[in-house]
Write a protein that binds this ligand. Sequence first.
Ligand SMILES: Nc1nc2c(ncn2[C@@H]2O[C@H](COP(=O)(O)OP(=O)(O)OP(=O)(O)O)[C@@H](O)[C@H]2O)c(=O)[nH]1
Ligand SMILES: [Mg+2]
Length: 417
Amino acid sequence: MLDRVKVNIAGGDGGNGSISFRREKFVPRGGPDGGNGGIGGSVYAVATGNVTTLEWFRQRRHIKAERGQHGRAKNQSGAGGKDVYIDVPVGTLVYDMDGKQLGDLVEEGEVLKVAAGGVPGKGNREFATPTNRIPLLAEHGEHGERLDVILEVKLIADVGIVGKPNAGKSTLLAHISRAKVEAAPYPFTTKEPVLGVVLVGYDAFVAVEIPGLLEGAHEGVGLGHDFLRHIERTRVVLHLVDGMEEDPVEALRQVRYEMEEFNPDLAKKPYYIAINKLDIPEVRERQLEVKQAMQAASGRPVTFISAASGEGVEALVKALYGHLSELNQNQKPVQRTVLAKKERKSQDVEVVRRGETFMVSAPAAERLLTLPNFEDWRARLQLQSELAKMGVLEALEGAGIKIGDTVILASYEFEWE
Ligand SMILES: Nc1nc2c(ncn2[C@@H]2O[C@H](COP(=O)(O)OP(=O)(O)OP(=O)(O)O)[C@@H](O)[C@H]2O)c(=O)[nH]1
Ligand SMILES: [Mg+2]
């Protein structure tokens, strides 16, 4: 099962602005009519209850939104690129590669913008001013945001049902909810966590079955202990123990040990113990003995149930529900970030000097584009005036540029004059 994955996400690039002039009779160049580019599509993650894993990403490690179309003559703006919405399980955390959390999708339908589409480039029409009626500049669209992210699922549930394989976890979940589960008389029937909504009167809580745990799970025995991550956000743990276990107390100890090895905080969560398969005569016979031993060992509430017949199950559900209601009254809502948007720094100007050559790095200025014949002195003047507005000239002067030095800006190279 895939519940942690690295994905490369890219917003679509913005479309380029167009450089164009109206065709008018007897006028070599009419007014500027180059349209703007279209905005690039963005990539969003959407929390949905329809999936509980990131299996979908197994074959898709690169996700890219569509680019914006370029602007065209006659003031035609380019169309925006289509956004991409990717479905992730409720409870998905999004991190960047530095481990910074970008978002935490804890509710159905919550949306996180993971990579923004690029800002479109302006067409030359927008560069027209009363003193510059023949604008020879337009802008490239900005690149869409590109980043690697880690998606990690920590399912959101109130009660985590844990136990050794075959304890009857699925049978219980099927009894108390409408979850589609498979229960079978062999271990590891359940291979990924299963969520079920448990109705209690007009209220409800969510339970999750964690695949069976074996001793040594933290060392990779059985299905591995990775699933334990999914208990991190549950509020109560229900230990289900097979009443047919030779030593039920030891069975519980093993599972709790694995939890503690995974994350000591898990062992601090409040927990209930239910001994299952009470319908089997051998289990009923030693009910009292097992109950006393369990209570002595754990100091926690112990109930006996039969997930198969339903005996004792209602009382167990009520006890769990009562516990959750109490927690609800005393607990503040969980803090979470849904949208942590990164700041764009398109205003930054950086000049690096290498002898007589000055390399300018300025996202906004690099986007300026002009006609192929940049030699046109008017175009160069216009470019310089735009660079002045962006603070690039000032930065060059600050860096000590002299007449005759070379300036390199994106694909342009020109002499300082
Ligand atoms: N007699 C009896 N059998 C039960 C009861 N609960 C579960 N079983 C049986 O025990 C076996 C395992 O049940 P599951 O519900 O699949 O157990 P599980 O804990 O989900 O197992 P894994 O998902 O494989 O870890 C099945 O054959 C069930 O029919 C019960 O209360 N009484
Ligand atoms: Mg199961």
